[in-house]
Design a protein around this ligand. Structure first.
Ligand SMILES: Nc1nc2c(c(=O)[nH]1)N[C@H]1C(S)=C(S)[C@@H](COP(=O)(O)OP(=O)(O)OC[C@H]3O[C@@H](n4cnc5c(=O)[nH]c(N)nc54)[C@H](O)[C@@H]3O)O[C@H]1N2
Ligand SMILES: Nc1nc2c(c(=O)[nH]1)N[C@H]1C(S)=C(S)[C@@H](COP(=O)(O)OP(=O)(O)OC[C@H]3O[C@@H](n4cnc5c(=O)[nH]c(N)nc54)[C@H](O)[C@@H]3O)O[C@H]1N2
Ligand code: SF4
Ligand SMILES: [Mo]
Length: 753
């Protein structure tokens, strides 16, 4: 790793697109970055953020030793053996006193790293941890609740092909979410035969490229989408014969929308009725419509209802399983679990639904701080920063201290790590092999397993090694199991495959820590540094078993376990990524998890909510709080809390509060002035950015600011406003418990300079 002119292939870790990168290194510094043109998904594409990835890799303050908190709140370094021993003892103590079911595993992967989740699952099983949560339970669980009932599968749109693309509370120009987003947006914009619809209270960069921009009042999407559906029904624009063949419950649904007062709903959302009718007709005239909902509706009033409504809309248009439309897709590792669709278990502490196996994020801190006998007593947090990222930071901070035991695995001493009993330092995402399970491609689905480009920073370990040490310390698997499997791995593929399967089938405990067993046995046969990829062997085998024809169609050869090996070896040896399944559109019906492979359109709770909409308050502003604040906008230089160094940001250094010129005048601020923002949850001071893309009365703060950082290793400085100092856990969706962060009532005041 010494030639400074050599290009090393890797990927960007700052958003789910995970663009392929090529980088040059000078020692440990990433000195040059360019898009990898040979990459299977990104084909040379990057945005400005990935080009400055060295600010993640080589920021000040990387953890280089396990840390232990003392009684007085200070931290000391401890060696790895001590740390593992005391971490295991801590969890065993809490499990012994309160039961292992009072321990929670939170996190398990960020925007670029999902292998830790596979190994973290092994630790969870070894410790008997069943309670889980992560950031998906503050954004996607409403969607999962709906998709479970309608499809029992996750659906995604083919935006690169769609005749009409709809972005609902989604700004792909900045947030991406599909491959080469800006290229795709520009292509659609330049193509007279294709159209883009953007639904957003702000005229975003995406809206500037749209054919139809519906600038609605914040929080009124349920009215707008209901009106769009009502137009489809009223004007006879639904795909009736297709619906009769493929969809259950159509009449129950269309009858509800026959009663929707279109003009009144148009007025409620502040969008012209003619514009709504034009968009409905444009969608109905298209051979394919793809819709992307994101935080603008998932973190706003009626979020689960809107997740439902937008799906009703494209199903009524017949846009499932057609080229350019919506489809279910394959996965190497599932981010969501739909097996419990329709009968989610109930969280014994908070009382909410446990959707996709996840406790609602907004319930976690309240539960810990309650005197409920079932409350969570200990937590293992991995690759997540919930003190910063979950509602009401102060409450989560208190909850961390109220627990009997807490451990954080991270690369930095984050806001969350600063409250934990032990902090274990992970190697960075450029110092170990990594991948993600975000891929949602159809007909072709792809995966990129990235080899390390740097040695682990001294003192750090990849999560695979951390979890293996924990599992071994717990005595769940011993050398009696591992050594014969190592021997089988040395002997050959079929010997190993058979021996591993026999061991896993013979003992549920071994199956439960399968990732660790693979790491310890198959791992040593992989190229140096690739050992943690061993866990993916099982994913490859499962994919080959579930979709043999489609794995072969993606270019892998063999039958049965040989096909799984071929896929695994292709993953290990493809620095540009590789396709893992290739489908025909006809297959999209097989990918549905519903018993009859049809779509269920009627969800009784949702239809009731739609019928009740007319009585729902639509404006949450008041004399005390006359503005709506979107707390957490995606911008040019924001990436959750992954990059802590503010020097990374080339513009908008502090993360300004954006507001409309009329609002600025009313409050008495000009661009660059200080402005105080007060919400029911707290107060903060930001710099003002006067910006006519905002709707009057609607203001926004960026996501991921307010991180502490010490540029020279001295006293930490905090740059910008941490959005969750302004939010509260009770302001949320009644079904999924997801927060309404895009819809916080707020008051603004000029601050004298
Ligand atoms: N640059 C950057 N990219 C990122 C991330 C990042 O931190 N920075 N984070 C990644 C992650 S984790 C996620 S989940 C995605 C999120 O990606 P997005 O959801 O696209 O990002 P946001 O900017 O949070 O919200 C999208 C839009 O919702 C609009 N909005 C606010 N209120 C409403 C409303 O009531 N109705 C409607 N229709 N729209 C509304 C906002 O004006 C905004 O333009 O981004 C990913 N990509
Ligand atoms: N108010 C408000 N709050 C929000 C949002 C909003 O829009 N508004 N957005 C929400 C959304 S959609 C999301 S997804 C969440 C994201 O919030 P979180 O799920 O908490 O994720 P990140 O901020 O990405 O934090 C990732 C952590 O992983 C660490 N890390 C980086 N690399 C590695 C590694 O290789 N190993 C390990 N172990 N750790 C590593 C980073 O240092 C960081 O602490 O934030 C949410 N919070
Ligand atoms: S931030 Fe997202 S879109 Fe930008 S380079 Fe990184 S992965 Fe690609
Ligand atoms: Mo997210």
């Amino acid at each position: 790793m010494s030639d400074p002119n050599e290009w090393h292939k890797t990927a960007c870790v700052l958003c789910s697109a995970n663009c392929g990168l090529e980088v040059r290194l000078d020692g440990r510094e990433i000195t040059r970055v360019r898009g990898n043109k040979a990459h299977v998904s990104s084909a040379g594409y990057t945005c400005e953020k990935g080009l400055r990835i060295n600010h993640y890799q080589n920021a000040q303050g990387r953890l280089t030793s396990p840390m232990k908190r003392l009684e007085d709140g200070s931290y000391i370094e401890v060696d790895w053996d001590t740390a593992i021993e005391e971490v295991v003892a801590g969890f065993e103590r809490v499990g012994g006193e309160h039961g292992n079911d009072k321990v929670m595993y939170y996190g398990g992967g960020g925007q670029g790293n999902h292998l830790c989740g596979a190994y973290g699952a092994a630790t969870s099983r070894a410790l008997g941890i069943k309670r889980r949560s992560n950031a998906l339970a503050q954004e996607k669980t409403g969607e999962v609740w709906v998709e479970g009932r309608m499809f029992a599968a996750h659906t995604h749109g083919e935006f690169a092909e769609a005749e009409v693309s709809v972005f609902l509370g989604k700004n792909p120009w900045h947030s991406h979410g599909f491959d080469q987003a800006r290229r795709v947006l520009k292509e659609i914009s330049a193509d007279p035969k294709r159209s883009m619809v953007v639904i957003d209270p702000r005229r975003t960069e995406s809206a500037d490229l749209a054919d139809h921009f519906l600038q609605l009042e914040p929080g009124t999407d349920a009215f707008l989408i209901s009106a769009l559906i009502a137009v489809l029904v009223e004007e006879g624009l639904t795909a009736d014969s297709w619906l009769a063949d493929n969809v259950n419950g159509v009449d129950d649904v269309t009858s509800v929308f026959a009663d929707v007062p279109i003009r009144e709903y148009a007025e409620r959302c502040g969008v012209d009725e003619d514009q709504i009718r034009a968009v409905a007709r444009r969608m109905a005239s298209a051979t394919s419509v793809a819709v992307y909902e994101d935080l603008g509706i998932e973190m706003a009033p009626n979020s689960t209802v809107v997740s439902y409504l937008q799906r009703v809309m494209w199903v009524l248009l017949g846009s499932y399983g057609v080229p350019g439309g919506m489809t279910a897709h394959t996965a190497l590792g599932s981010l969501f679990n739909y097996s419990a669709a329709g009968n989610e278990p109930v969280d014994p502490v908070g009382g909410g639904a446990i959707i996709s196996g996840l406790i609602a994020c907004n319930d976690i801190a309240d539960g810990i701080l309650s005197d409920h006998p079932e409350r969570t007593r200990a937590m293992l947090i991995e690759s997540a920063n919930p003190v910063h990222s979950l509602a009401e930071s102060q409450k989560f901070r208190s909850a961390m201290r109220a627990m009997d035991f807490s451990v954080v695995i991270d690369v930095f001493m984050t806001e969350t790590a600063l409250e934990a009993d032990y902090v274990l330092p992970a190697s960075s995402q450029y110092e170990k092999v990594e991948t993600t399970f975000f891929a949602a491609g159809f007909p072709e689905n792809r995966v990129h397993l990235r080899a390390p480009i740097l040695e682990p920073l001294p003192g750090t370990l990849p999560e695979a090694e951390i979890h293996t040490r924990i599992v071994k310390a717990l005595g769940v698997v011993g050398e009696d199991v591992l050594e014969p499997l190592r021997e089988a791995a040395r002997a050959g593929r079929s010997e190993f495959g058979e021996a591993f399967m026999a061991a896993a089938m013979g003992d549920r405990k071994i199956a439960g820590v399968g990732a660790v067993v693979l790491y310890e046995t198959l791992g040593p046969t992989l190229p140096p540094g690739m050992e943690p990829a061993a866990a993916l062997w099982f994913s490859a085998q499962q994919a080959a078993m579930a979709y043999p024809d489609q794995v072969r169609a993606a270019g892998h050869e063999g039958e049965g376990p040989d096909l799984g090996w071929a896929l695994f070896e292709a993953m290990i040896s493809s620095p540009d990524g590789v396709g893992f399944t290739h489908h025909d559109h006809g297959d999209s019906w097989d990918l549905l998890g519903t018993p009859d492979n049809k779509i269920n359109l009627a969800i009784p709770e949702m239809l009731e909510a739609v019928a009740d909409l007319s009585g729902t308050p639509i404006d949450h502003r008041s004399d005390d709080f006359p503005f709506i604040l979107a707390a957490g906008e995606r911008r040019s230089f924001t990436a959750n809390t992954i990059v802590r160094d503010p020097a990374w940001r080339k513009r908008d250094a502090e993360g300004a509060l954006r507001l409309h010129p009329d609002d600025a005048a009313a409050v008495g601020v000009e661009a660059g002035d200080r402005i105080r923002i007060t919400t029911p949850g707290g107060t903060a001071v930001a710099v003002a950015e006067v910006n006519d893309t905002m709707l009057p009365g609607f203001v926004a703060l960026p996501n991921g600011l307010g991180l502490s950082y010490s540029p020279a290793g001295g006293d930490p400085e905090i740059t910008g406003v941490a959005p969750n100092e302004l939010t509260t856990t009770d302001w949320r969706d009644p079904i999924a418990g997801t927060p309404w962060h895009k819809h916080i009532p707020a008051r603004l005041e000029a601050v004298a300079s």
